[in-house]
Design a protein around this ligand. Sequence first.
Ligand code: NI
Length: 175
Amino acid sequence: MIRPILRMGDPRLLQVSVPVTEFNTPALDELLADMFETMHAADGAGLAAPQIGKNVRVVIFGFDRNERYPDAPAIAPTVLINPTIEPLTEVLEDGWEGCLSVPGLRGVVPRILRLRYSGLDAKGKAFSREAEGFHARVVQHECDHLDGILYPMRVRDFSRFGYTDVLFPGNDRGE
Ligand code: NI
């Protein structure tokens, strides 16, 4: 079922979410199905459970091609539960981000360029993957949601934060 996406200002987006402890339950399966349906309906690159009001450490991401980020390389559809992130470099890269909870806006955020993320999949099986660039950015953005952090909190240069249609005139980025 497509769920309403909470928007910035809602205190539930600022909570620290709790780890998932039970797998292969109807509740978790339904949450994941709803998250994918909601993300696809909004043409998002990723979604975190708190964005639909579920205070658990679950994120999803992935797409073949994304209208909101037309230049981004494909990322395999991924369920990442109870994630941890290990930086593989100290290098930070600036890049534009948006968020389904912050509609209509974009900002430049510095993110770790290369990292390893680990966690559990939809069935509770542990996995780990290395990522860089936009893939690493999406992971950091989504995992931030689990700690109550929205990307505007990470913007350093507010001259590069604004309305998508003003920043990118004539470039339809889907919102
Ligand atoms: Ni977001």
